[in-house]
Design a protein around this ligand. Structure first.
Ligand SMILES: Cc1ncc(C[n+]2csc(CCOP(=O)(O)OP(=O)(O)O)c2C)c(N)n1
Ligand code: SF4
Ligand SMILES: [Mg+2]
Length: 351
């Protein structure tokens, strides 16, 4: 059995958002993952973010590949569109869907095996093309679903549950995403909902490829001493460079901060992010410096989290290709079959 339905009743006094929906309206089926799996906390954070942003569930398309992480879209946004694709192939399905209908919010959910091993070729092209999406990798350093083999993101020198040492170099998806031109790049931890929820909200509102690497411990196969993806290890080595306090609408910001401690970032649609600096010298607008900082920190064994890079004037794939505004399913016969004369003109222009 892959999912269990949830009972529909709930407390009548549950808080409602602007649309009149409760938190329950953003849930999915009951999770069948292991109790304590980090992935379930990420599902909870996605539910919270969509509830707080008052998103209409039918405006979201959630897509995934194969893995415990890729199963999770069943456990959130039960009233949204969903597509569970082949292992590592979610990015191309998402790209196609996005090109056909730009009006939906695209959420790609994947694992470190799904995106950094079998699906690395798909991952890199979706990111470099700037597909407008939230791409979340639930990163536990192992193939959880197939019983705990090292994935390509497992750190060199880390130990498997059976005591085997990983001798291969690891792929840092954050550094890869930065190199490929992602316009929103963040890392977080499934155990830090306060950091994760605002990052998901900001990623949803970002126009372009928004990549979120979320360290998400696998309690069954990668939560032991010697693992660098265990709850204890991540808590001890987590260095947050900043905190997104909240996202404000188009209204003026009235909260007072000490000078230099908070940066207000305006997004393409006029919404604003308030970014509280924890590491005062970290600049989330400098791609190269961010890459250097991440490499140095990784060499020192630190796991850097927060909003690591954001581009103020971002553009997406539709902008690059200059596509029509109207989703393909809303185009009428006149636009789709403009007649033999137009076809003749096109053919003539190609001769
Ligand atoms: C083409 C193909 N190759 C291999 C598999 C077997 N397989 C299923 S899930 C998986 C790895 C999943 O790891 P990850 O994406 O990290 O997800 P996790 O379970 O750790 O969340 C593999 C190798 C498959 N389903 N399809
Ligand atoms: S095997 Fe690991 S990743 Fe899969 S559900 Fe269990 S704890 Fe989560
Ligand atoms: Mg994994």
């Amino acid at each position: 059995m892959t999912y269990l339905t949830k009972p529909k009743f709930h407390h009548p006094a549950l808080p409602k958002n602007e649309l009149g929906y409760t938190h329950r309206d953003y849930e999915g089926s009951v999770s069948t993952l292991c109790a304590g799996c980090g992935h379930d906390s990420i599902s909870g954070a996605i539910i919270q973010a969509c509830f707080e942003l008052s998103i209409e569930p039918h405006r979201v398309a959630k897509l995934s590949g194969i893995g415990c992480s890729s199963k999770t879209p069943t456990y959130f946004l039960g009233h949204s569109h969903g597509f569970n694709s082949v292992h590592g192939r979610m990015p191309s399905v998402l790209t196609g869907a996005n090109l056909a209908n730009r009006d939906l919010i695209y959420m790609g959910v994947s694992g470190d095996g799904d995106s950094a091993s079998i699906g690395i070729g798909q991952f890199v092209h979706a990111i470099r093309r700037g597909v407008n999406m939230v791409y979340i990798v639930e990163n536990n350093g192992v193939y959880g679903l197939t019983k705990g083999q090292f994935s390509a993101t497992a750190d060199r020198g880390s130990k498997s549950k059976r005591g085997v040492v990983n001798r291969d170099s690891s792929i840092d998806l954050i550094t890869v995403a930065l190199q490929l031109g992602a316009t929103f790049v963040a890392r977080s931890f499934s155990g830090d909902k306060q950091q994760l929820v605002p990052l998901i909200k900001a990623a949803i509102e970002h126009k372009g490829a928004a990549f979120l690497d979320v360290i998400s411990p696998c309690v069954a196969f990668n939560n032991h001493a010697g693992s660098t993806r265990s709850f204890d290890h991540v808590r001890e080595h987590n260095i947050a460079v900043n905190r997104l306090d909240f996202i404000i609408g188009r209204t003026p910001i009235t909260v007072d901060y000490a000078p230099g401690t908070v940066e207000i970032i305006e997004q393409h649609d006029g919404t604003k992010l308030a970014l509280r600096k924890v590491a005062p010298h970290y600049d989330p607008h400098n791609r190269l410096k961010a890459m250097n900082y991440l490499q140095e920190s990784a060499a020192a064994g630190e796991i850097v989290t927060g909003l690591l890079y954001v581009e103020r004037e971002s553009e997406d794939l539709h902008g690059h290709l200059n596509t029509v505004e109207t989703p393909l399913n809303a185009l009428g016969e006149k636009e789709l079959c403009p007649g033999s004369q137009v076809l003749e003109q096109i053919n003539a222009s190609l001769r």
